[in-house]
Design a binder for this molecule. Structure first.
Ligand code: SF4
Length: 114
């Protein structure tokens, strides 16, 4: 039996998962999906910032367009350390394509003018 805390919402349900991936303790179906994924193929949405060339801001907030495999998150963060974006940038603009060879893009989450 494994125990997990669901991180999908602030309720933070305490989940128990047996060897057959039967989940209990979840208030809603998202908890069961989270627990099964966490034990078989854990993923995380990456949120971070990158350097931006602008007179207004130094850092641009970004996030992954989809959750990344958990084992790729540190590699992705290291790649983001090397990124330097030129303003203007708009919400949804792709900042990095195929981060850490995952097929997932990193996108801007803030508008920044020059
Ligand atoms: S199981 Fe549902 S209600 Fe409970 S923390 Fe997860 S998302 Fe929230």
């Amino acid at each position: 039996m494994r125990e997990l805390i669901c991180i999908n919402c602030p309720r933070g349900c305490r989940l128990k998962v047996d060897d057959n991936l039967n989940v209990t303790g979840n208030f809603c179906p998202r908890g069961a999906i989270y627990a099964k994924n966490e034990l078989t193929h854990p993923v995380r949405t990456l949120t971070s910032t990158v350097k931006v060339q602008s007179t207004l801001e130094r850092r641009l907030p970004v996030k992954s367009s989809e959750p990344l495999p958990k084992e790729k998150v540190f590699e992705a963060v290291r790649e983001l350390d090397e990124v330097n974006v030129e303003a203007p940038v708009h919400i949804g603009d792709i900042v990095v394509r195929n981060i850490a060879q995952t097929g997932i893009n990193i996108i801007a989450t803030k508008n920044i003018e020059k």
